[in-house]
Design a protein around this ligand. Structure first.
Ligand code: FAD
Length: 346
């Protein structure tokens, strides 16, 4: 192969669309059993209308927000149709275990054989690496991470602690509060509420903050996490009911719930950890791309230390709009690198 794309979410499919136009030989390897990227795993109560909004894949239109159908189904259908329409060479389920250097090529080792390639576009997202912070102590109730959240029903009649100040935490908290006996919201920092609509300026400012981090080789926060929390009608209503009165992070777990060092305790039947995700990059470890800051120094979508490797959907491009643009940038850059002497534009 000239290029192996790892992952067939928004970032991988956008890369594939633009690679098709370069004439380079490529394949997309995806660990999922079917199309949809991370969206296919998102909880059934998540609807397209309740997320920030999805940016279309190149040369396509996002399906309209259907209040009766889970985003997981709608996006999986959309991506599946897209793969067929553009005849994208997606192989699944193929899980990449490691990418290694081998003389002048890269070896992509998977659970279904090894691909030899001149370049890699990594588009593996974050869903496969839920971040579950450690707190001391032991809790005897149920603990669930956003990655395993299936909707509010499983918390009916229970006392629930929701941990995390991001959009997922707020959305889950509001729907759980409808059916739970009680809810408690704890976050490390006070939430930042965003007055007004989610404008392109808000988006650009958030992306710029994350872009600075990856240029300097720091571990990036998610773009979605730095946009602030929108004051939607549901959020305003929940604030009015006191559902979003937040407590600072607890200090430890106790068998019956959570405890603070000032002696306060809250009893709970379940804890929902809406504590986010990290980039799924373990398979790139043999390439030793991480610097002293723990992150990978980036130059656009390209790893600064190795122009054959692009990370898309990473750092500032970890949103549907960013991922789509990153796919185009990565394909154009690899065309320049691998087909030197030809026209750069695609
Ligand atoms: P993914 O969609 O995660 O796709 C990655 C693919 O790579 C998956 O199919 C996975 O199986 C595969 N993969 C992973 N590891 C391997 C491996 N080792 N080998 C082979 N394949 C592998 N963004 C927005 O723009 N608007 C929103 O409203 C929005 N809401 C969000 C809500 C939540 C709860 C979350 C977590 C994120 C949200 N985002 C939103 C962010 C957005 O979903 C992603 O940034 C975007 O979809 C880009 O996806 P991706 O292609 O990078 O990754």
């Amino acid at each position: 192969m000239d290029v192996v794309v790892i992952g067939a979410g928004q970032a991988g499919l956008s890369s594939a669309y633009f690679l098709r136009r370069t004439g380079l030989d490529f394949v997309v390897l995806d660990a999922n059993p079917g199309p949809g990227g991370a969206w296919r795993h998102r909880w059934p109560s998540l609807r397209l209308g309740t997320v920030h909004g999805i940016h279309p894949l190149p040369e396509s239109t996002v399906p309209s927000a259907d209040p009766d159908r889970p985003a997981s189904e709608v996006v999986a259908e959309y991506f599946g149709g897209y793969e067929r329409a553009f005849d994208l060479p997606v192989r699944r389920p193929v899980a990449v275990r490691a990418v290694r250097e081998s003389s002048d090529r890269l070896l992509v080792e998977t659970d279904s054989g090894t691909w030899s390639t001149r370049a890699v576009i990594n588009a593996t997202g974050t869903w496969d690496r839920p971040f579950w912070p450690h707190y001391p102590g032991r809790f005897d109730g149920r603990q669930v991470h956003t990655a395993n959240y299936r909707g509010p029903e499983e918390f009916a009649g229970q006392r629930v602690v929701v941990v995390g100040g991001g959009a997922s935490g707020v959305q889950s908290l509001i729907e759980i509060a409808e059916v739970a006996a009680s809810t408690t919201w704890v976050t490390r920092r006070p939430p930042v509420w965003r007055e007004g609509p989610f404008t392109p300026e808000v988006g650009r400012a958030a992306v710029a903050r994350v872009a600075d981090a990856v240029r300097e080789g720091r571990i990036p926060a998610s773009v979605v996490s730095v946009t602030g929390l929108g004051l939607t009608p549901e959020v305003i209503e929940a604030r009015g009911k006191g559902i979003l009165d937040r407590l600072p992070m607890f200090d430890r777990l106790i068998p019956t719930g959570v405890a603070w060092n000032d002696g306060r305790t809250i009893d709970a039947d379940a804890i929902l950890w809406a504590t986010g995700f990290r980039h799924a990059l373990d398979h790139l470890a043999p390439l030793r791309l991480r610097g002293p800051g723990g992150g990978i120094v980036m130059d656009g979508t390209r790893v600064a230390a190795d122009p054959r490797i692009h990370l898309v959907g990473y750092g500032p491009s970890a949103s549907t709009i960013g991922a789509t643009r990153a796919g185009q940038a990565a394909a154009a850059s690899l065309k320049r690198l691998l087909k030197s002497g030809e026209q750069n534009e695609i």
